[in-house]
Ligand binder design. Structure first.
Ligand code: KG4
Ligand code: ZN
Length: 373
């Protein structure tokens, strides 16, 4: 989310602007005293991300400018097992995290003691994996004597679109689709989220991963189905579009089973056609609900977030839909859609500015929900 030295709120123009006066939450709070020091220090926040199978560190200045961002994917380790093995992920985070933090700081040319804060994903995610990031972040914050801030991973994904100075008009309908979550959220202001709907069963990314496994395409499924689908005909199989016109929730488990049944009945069907048809069904559902949400809420655009937001067809269809409605399409860089630490630093900068540091008692919270209105 775009920002300078202060959090942005919705202005009369409907874009993110500096608040002229603090909102109700900005008054009378003792923790509010953390804000001036953040500004005085220039606002360089170190972000740390270890919630699943990516180990990442980044330095973001003033909540938007990426000074460094390094990600080490553990894909090769987990490919052996066809999916993420939690214990393997935790051990890999332990080995990778400190060297990545060192790289992120040296690329950003800042020292630990010069930071305005250390932000870390505290949940949701894999318990052991989160613990590595949280314990490391707390230790670094104490050693450098800088504020520690715990960040919600889902909220961090929502901050990706505003990185590197992109203007995010508000309110914006956001499709947050990752390996563990699929949510339709209206961002009314940073920190103020209205949840319209979410998946009742599998997440969109999970469906991509499982379908890729049936099709023998390996792990992780999203990028490989995306690539394969480019060679296939999306109209070759008419897969169901679950809950297409009903409510705001999603359901992808029936679609996943339909692909499984189809591939068993038609073992010779070209894999690219099946991949393209499956992808078209997922994208149809995500885009049509987002379009309906824009019409019903009068939002200024559609924003994509989470790993599935890297999907080429979802990006193409979202752009097309926004053009035809005359609203903005906000598509973060692909590397900022999948798990990274720049989005964690951006969300952490904002949380530090508004709420101040988190308690050092904060632990890993594997089921942490996104706080919505
Ligand atoms: O946000 P993310 O990196 O991690 C979680 O927070 O879960 O999302 C990972 C998910 C995986 O399910 C992966 O298959 C999916 O995002 N994904 C994609 C693409 N790239 C990653 N799905 C569809 N198309 C892609 N290009
Ligand atoms: Zn994620």
């Amino acid at each position: 989310m775009r920002g300078t030295t202060r959090p942005m709120v919705r202005g009369t123009t409907g874009t993110m602007v500096r608040p002229t006066k603090p909102d109700a939450r900005a008054t009378g709070s003792v923790r509010r005293t953390g804000r001036p020091s953040l500004e005085a220090a220039g606002g360089a926040v170190l972000g740390i991300e270890t919630s699943c199978d990516e180990t990442a560190a980044a330095v973001v200045v003033d909540g938007v400018d990426i000074a460094s961002s390094v990600v080490s994917s553990q894909v090769d380790l987990h490919t052996l097992y066809g999916g993420v093995v939690p214990e393997v992920a935790s051990r890999a985070h332990l080995d990778l995290l400190v060297p990545l933090v060192t790289t992120a700081l040296s690329e950003a040319e800042v020292e630990g003691r010069g930071l305005s804060g250390v932000a870390v994903t505290s949940g949701p995610g894999l318990a052991g994996a989160l613990m590595v990031g949280v314990a490391t972040a707390k230790a670094l914050a104490v050693a450098w004597d800088v504020p520690f801030v715990a960040v919600n991973h889902l909220e961090a994904h929502l901050f990706a679109a505003g990185l590197d100075g992109a203007d995010v008009p508000l309110p914006v309908v956001t499709v947050l689709a990752s390996g563990g979550h699929t949510m339709l959220v209206v961002i009314e202001a940073p920190g103020r989220y209205r949840l319209l709907g979410q998946t009742l069963d599998d997440a969109a990314g999970e469906a991509f991963d499982k379908v890729a496994r049936f099709l023998g395409l390996g792990y992780p499924g999203g990028p490989v189905v995306d690539r394969m689908a480019q060679e296939g005909d999306p109209r070759s199989v008419d897969f169901p579009r679950p809950l297409l016109h009903q409510g705001w929730d999603f359901s992808f488990s029936g679609l996943k089973s339909a692909v499984l049944r189809y591939t068993r009945l038609h073992p010779d069907a070209p894999t690219a056609d099946v991949a393209a048809s499956f992808q078209a069904a997922v994208v149809d559902v995500l885009v049509s609900k987002a379009v309906r949400a824009v019409r019903e809420t009068g939002a200024a655009g559609i924003c994509l977030a989470g790993g599935v937001a890297a999907n080429s067809e979802l990006r193409r269809r979202t752009t097309e839909a926004c053009e035809s409605m005359g609203v903005r399409a906000l598509l973060p860089e692909r590397a900022m859609c999948t798990d990274n630490a720049a989005m964690v630093a951006a969300a952490g900068w904002w949380r530090l500015a508004w709420d101040g540091p988190s308690s050092l008692e904060t632990g890993a919270e594997p089921d942490l929900p996104l706080l919505t209105a």
